[in-house]
Ligand binder design. Structure first.
Ligand code: IPE
Ligand code: IPE
Ligand code: MG
Length: 271
């Protein structure tokens, strides 16, 4: 596991305000874990069996990311739109979330993982909310992988809640004074750099209201592999793909490959 200064909010360069440094291993990986239902249906199992199997994958990918030196791993577990699913499936997911919080936390703690949650937790059962704060508190001094679970999360909700908090803190702010710098500390992932690599399993090529603001310059990797079948080998494939991206952040390719480090604080992900 790597060390990281996860509590600092202002050290992270915004991809629209500057050119972030790029490394061969993505610092921040954000994943839409999709395809659980189809995995189960293919096996003539109820959809929820896919969710249980998906939890095993979470365990493996958390370990693999820690081993590879990823600093931040963010997993989309439940979207603000997933409440639209049948009540039994939502109920199952809530129970799974609760048991995972109870059962996995000691392993995470042992592995020096720091857990955080993003999303509107107020809609969850009070028991879940209490377990969340216990688990988050228990791991708050850990210095290894920063694991963020997005639950009842929506990218639009995030931008709106940031805007509301920002305006509350700055009453009378004139529209012209509103800036990226002023707003971003209120976004729910202000403690992390923007994701370098986004992965979506399950074959769909969409963002589904995940980190809309933060994905501005993220490399987007889509795979047909269903989440319960995703493993360390598939993760390594996505990292290899990532290393071949030329991250230009608006510049030309010639500028990126120029050897002047002052003009080019970052270029290819494998440099
Ligand atoms: C993702 O798998 C898990 C959640 C959204 C909770 P799905 O349940 O969406 O699986 P598919 O897309 O129906 O196969
Ligand atoms: C996105 O998956 C949300 C999570 C993985 C938690 P969905 O399966 O809900 O997305 P859509 O509905 O296919 O876009
Ligand atoms: Mg899905």
């Amino acid at each position: 596991m790597t060390q990281s200064s996860s509590s600092s909010q202002s050290n992270h360069i915004s991809s629209t305000q500057g050119v972030p440094a790029v490394a061969g291993i993505p610092k921040h990986v954000a994943i839409i874990m999709d395809g659980n239902g189809r995995w189960a249906t293919k096996r003539f199992l109820p959809r929820v069996a896919g969710h249980s199997q998906g939890l095993d994958t979470v365990r493996d990918i958390v370990k693999a990311c820690g081993d590879l030196g990823v600093e931040h791993l963010t997993l989309f577990a439940f979207s603000s739109e997933n409440w639209r699913r049948p009540a039994e499936e939502v109920g199952f997911l809530m129970k799974l979330f609760l048991t995972a919080l109870e059962k996995e936390i000691s392993r995470l703690h042992r592995n020096n993982v720091r857990l955080r949650l993003i999303g509107d937790l107020s809609r969850f059962d009070p028991v879940i909310q209490e377990r969340v704060s216990t688990a988050v508190g228990q791991t708050s001094n850990n210095t290894g992988l920063n694991l963020t679970i997005a639950a009842n999360y929506g990218g639009r909700w995030d931008i709106l809640q940031a805007m509301r908090s920002c305006l509350k803190q700055h009453p009378g702010l004139s529209p012209d004074e509103l800036s990226e710098e002023l707003l971003t500390p209120y976004l729910s992932m202000s403690y992390a750099p923007e994701p370098d690599l986004f992965i979506r399993t399950g074959g769909e090529q969409r963002i589904s209201n995940f980190l809309l603001w933060q994905l501005a310059y993220t490399e987007l990797y889509f795979t047909d592999v269903l989440w319960p079948d995703f493993d360390a080998k598939e993760l390594a494939k996505s990292f290899a793909w990532y290393r071949d991206r030329e991250r230009r952040f608006g510049r030309t390719s010639a500028q990126v490959s120029s050897s002047d480090p002052a003009a080019n604080p970052s270029h290819k992900a494998n440099s």
